[in-house]
Design a protein around this ligand. Structure first.
Ligand SMILES: Cc1cc2nc3c(=O)[nH]c(=O)nc-3n(C[C@H](O)[C@H](O)[C@H](O)COP(=O)(O)OP(=O)(O)OC[C@H]3O[C@@H](n4cnc5c(N)ncnc54)[C@H](O)[C@@H]3O)c2cc1C
Length: 387
């Protein structure tokens, strides 16, 4: 790779060309925003189905919704998701112990929180990327990246090749691009794992409820539409290779059976092992610059955290928004710009990663008097500021 200090400016007065690697929340968002400014964007996505059918649910807080509104998709998100403004904490038998109001991190004109089916969110973003006029290649990865004095040459897995002024690595927590540019930090397991499933929404489920104190660390559910919710059980992580995927439904059902309230109704739908997802929680924060020359990281490629405060996608969307703002500001695309991007993102991302990891660690350590509500409140209040 060329030393970034020797790299040239983007073509003066010319139209730069950008490659976005990965079409998740971060890659889709940055593509839409760059296209809006007239920048040519190629987006490559490893999965032929662009992840349009996978996943159960996601919790989007106001600061994520603020970026989705900037992308022009808020009306569709609002029509598809389930907005709410509080969080319930219950005993394992379903007794509500207290209800906390959520902080409106996206401002007073957006809901504090919105639950959504993941495939719905992805399909809405895919439609916006397609409408943006970006060139899209599915089932494609970057096999090699070579920087020289004029830009980045990329060879693709489908045999094609391209030449770009900038490559944006939005290829998620296992980012091959991060490794290819010599950033050696990798996600580390936090010690927890989650079982997730989508199910019909019982009428009484109108917000996220989390049960503590049962056999799992957390059992929770979040409404994702008028008709659906996603339910999850968090436990200590186990050797993934030792869990037979055909037993996923039985495993999740076994854990969920310890919980009361609406859980028996939800548990009745945990029947198909293919619809149950088992995932470890990871932590990553790339400490130094998020770029090498003209290859820059966004989203989980640069940072990830356990979803204990449900902020991972929000941080990824914010990365895209801030990077696009800088790239379309008329400034030179040089080290100073990419450093400014890093400097703007790191305080927010660090706050989220550290708070998310700490909340999980308190549970792993059995700390009973931990100030979870205080930490969440301080973090969310900080996130109300614009990124
Ligand atoms: C269990 C769990 C629950 C979560 N819940 C929430 C929540 O409720 N709220 C929230 O805000 N966040 C949540 N998150 C975090 C959130 O899912 C991530 O932060 C977010 O998806 C990151 O977006 P991204 O675009 O950076 O990466 P990804 O969504 O991972 O997208 C990366 C994309 O790149 C593609 N790709 C990978 N490698 C290549 C390659 N070599 N070439 C081309 N394409 C490639 C992938 O197929 C994928 O489409 C959760 C995470 C986990 C693990």
């Amino acid at each position: 790779m060329t030393d970034s200090r020797t790299l040239p400016q983007p073509p003066a007065g010319g139209s730069p060309t950008v490659l976005v690697i990965g079409g998740g929340a971060a890659g889709n968002a940055v593509t839409i925003l760059l296209r809006r400014a007239g920048i040519a964007v190629d987006l490559i996505e490893a999965r032929p189905d662009w992840n349009a059918t996978t996943g159960s649910g996601i919790t989007l807080q106001g600061n994520a919704l603020r970026v989705l509104r900037q992308l022009g998709v808020w009306e569709r998100i609002a029509a598809s998701g389930y907005p709410y403004g509080s969080l319930g904490v219950t005993a394992p038998d379903g007794t509500v112990l207290f209800v906390a109001e959520d902080i409106q991190t996206g401002g007073e004109d957006l809901p504090a929180t919105l639950g959504m089916q993941r495939p719905q969110l992805q399909r809405i973003l895919i439609d916006a990327v397609r409408a943006s006029g970006a060139r899209i290649r599915l089932g494609t990865t970057a096999e090699s990246l070579e920087q020289d004095a004029d830009g980045v040459s990329v060879r693709f897995s489908d045999g094609g090749a391209g030449r770009y002024d900038l490559v944006i690595a939005a290829d998620g927590l296992g980012s091959a691009t991060r490794a290819a540019i010599g950033i050696t930090e990798k996600p580390e397991p936090t010690g927890m794992a989650i079982w997730r499933i989508a199910a019909p929404r019982p009428a009484s489920v109108t917000r996220t409820d989390l049960a503590y104190g049962g056999p799992a660390y957390i059992a929770g559910y979040t409404p994702t539409s008028e008709n659906t919710l996603y339910a999850y059980v968090v436990e200590a992580c186990r050797d993934r290779s030792a869990i037979d995927p055909t037993s996923y439904a039985a495993e999740m059902r076994r854990l969920a059976q310890a919980y009361g309230g609406v859980w028996p109704e939800i548990t009745a739908h945990i029947t198909d092992p293919k619809k149950v997802n088992y995932t470890w929680f990871d932590r990553l924060l790339v400490e130094g610059s998020w770029h090498r020359g003209r290859v820059v990281l966004v989203g989980d490629a640069a940072h990830c955290c356990p979803p204990t405060i449900a902020q991972g996608a929000a941080m990824s969307l914010e990365d895209a928004s801030v990077l696009a703002e800088l790239l379309t500001s008329g400034r030179e695309w040089d080290d100073a710009l990419f450093q400014a991007y890093h400097d703007r993102r790191i305080p927010r991302v660090r706050t989220v990663v550290e708070a998310s990891v700490r909340i999980g660690q308190w549970q792993l350590d059995g700390v009973r008097d931990a100030d979870v509500a205080g930490l969440i409140g301080r973090t969310m209040t900080f996130l109300k500021e614009r990124p």
